[in-house]
Design a binder for this molecule. Structure first.
Ligand SMILES: [Zn+2]
Length: 452
């Protein structure tokens, strides 16, 4: 029974979770370089798809992957089950299948071996430890589960082994029930997708204003706005409101926050992934302070090696080291780079909207999507142009809304439970959606993380 007492928390090396976080820069760089060489060699040996693709690997160069083609999300889908097994090492079949990206139409999936899932314990524990999770804490886990969602499972696994008290609610628990358990067990931490956590907290505060307190709020999966942070601090007395992990299901954990990180700033998990920030206009790697796109090559994914994956987020490396004393580099996330909007935890891409619009008569393909924040909740606005008479606008808007919502379970549920506001459709005359005055082009998607 003694073994059971050894927890992930107990594995910490003192001020930081593990030794990687305080290694000297030159040592860190040489380890990363060796890891990358080894991973590329493994991949070329085991995955025929990559053999030509990685032939120009620049071993010993400053940026060894700079001449390797970038792998984007749609290409990755073609290489994975159910479409193919082109990057599955050794034709293995004992894996876990998870959902990636949107929830509609053709299944977008990614696969993790059982070992890879266990491997998420390290970045999870490192991130939660950096934000002060300790063994006395009592944690409500409200991450998404079911429908092939992944995060709840590995967060639950980590919490079980961390040495704290664990409450596996998931995103499906009724807020009233959560509130009862929070009071009975004096739960002091909550973790989950940002919009779900905010909705649960607001629901509890509304039921009994001023009664429930949370010390620590660990969010993930979405940006949090300063106004939300301020509200939670005031309402619940929270001392820590931060993201223990940033990553995507198509890559791996890429970064984590410590208690000193401002909103959107993350330490790099650079022993987990090889991380590049690249200016796509010049093709050059960004210096600190210069904005670019994040590409990652997770060292940890040996079932399906993923080399130079284009995450789709913009970021900058920060010049200064973090004041916490960790030597891992820090970057700031600046939002999405592509035509996808994250509404609650549904990722809605522009092509989906074009297809929905195409199914409704009398609408042109001049379509714009915008994400706004109202009363601390996301709202999706769809603007679309038509030559139909104004008397028909409300019926067209209704038809379009039905068409958009009918295939989006996640968005529909988020609207129903109040985490996200209903979609707003704006039908406009031809030419009435504002164009860029310089180029005359219509802006397809608008998403500003700054719009508090
Ligand atoms: Zn730090």
């Amino acid at each position: 029974m003694e073994n059971l007492k050894k927890t992930l928390y107990d594995a910490n090396v003192g001020k930081f979770y593990d030794e990687w976080e305080s290694k000297a820069s030159d040592e860190r760089e040489s380890i990363i370089s060796r890891k990358l060489d080894e991973h590329i060699e493994f991949t070329m040996k085991n995955v025929p798809f990559y053999r030509d693709r990685l032939s120009s690997y620049g071993k010993n160069g400053k940026y060894p992957l700079s001449s390797i083609p970038v792998l984007n999300s749609s290409k990755l889908r073609e290489l994975l089950p159910p479409q193919s097994a082109d990057i599955v090492v050794g034709n293995q079949k004992d894996y876990n299948v998870f959902q990636s990206g949107g929830t509609t139409g053709f299944p977008k999936t990614t696969i993790f071996s059982h070992e890879e899932l266990e491997g998420l314990n390290l970045p999870n524990a490192r991130g939660f430890f950096a934000l002060g999770l300790n063994k006395d804490d009592r944690v409500a886990n409200m991450f998404a589960v079911g429908g092939l969602y992944m995060t709840f499972l590995h967060i639950n696994r980590m919490l079980q082994q961390y040495g704290c008290m664990n409450f596996p609610f998931s995103n499906h628990s009724q807020i009233g029930f959560v509130k009862t358990v929070v009071e009975k067990f004096n739960i002091n931490c909550i973790t989950g997708i940002t919009s779900v956590v905010l909705n649960a907290l607001r629901g509890m505060a509304k039921a009994e204003p001023g009664r429930i307190r949370f010390d620590k709020v660990f969010y993930g999966g979405e940006h949090i706005y300063e106004a939300d942070k301020k509200e939670i601090k005031k309402t619940f007395g929270a001392k820590i409101i931060a993201a223990p992990g940033y990553g995507t299901i198509d890559s791996w954990y890429i970064g984590y926050q410590c208690a000193h990180c401002d909103t959107g700033v993350f330490h790099a998990h650079d022993d987990q992934c090889y991380i590049e920030i690249v200016n796509e206009e010049t093709g050059k790697h960004c210096e600190a302070g210069e904005e670019g796109l994040i590409y990652v090559t997770p060292f940890t994914r040996r079932l399906t090696p993923i080399i130079r994956y284009r995450v789709g987020d913009r970021a900058i490396w920060l010049k200064e080291k973090c004041s916490c004393g960790r030597t891992t580099p820090v970057f700031k996330l600046l939002g999405r780079s592509d035509d996808t909007l994250r509404i609650g935890f549904d990722s809605i891409d522009y092509d989906y909207m074009q297809k929905a619009v195409g199914k409704i008569g009398r609408l042109s393909s001049s379509v714009q999507m915008e994400k706004i924040r109202e009363s601390g909740r996301d709202r999706l606005i769809i603007r679309v142009e038509t030559d139909a008479p104004e008397v028909e606008y409300s019926q067209i808007a209704k038809n379009l809304e039905d068409e958009i919502m009918k295939n989006r379970d996640t968005l529909r549920e988020s609207v129903l439970n109040g985490a996200v506001l209903p979609v707003k459709i704006e039908i406009l005359k031809h030419g009435d959606i504002a164009r860029n005055p310089r180029t005359g082009k219509l802006t397809r998607t608008i998403d500003s993380l700054k719009s508090v």
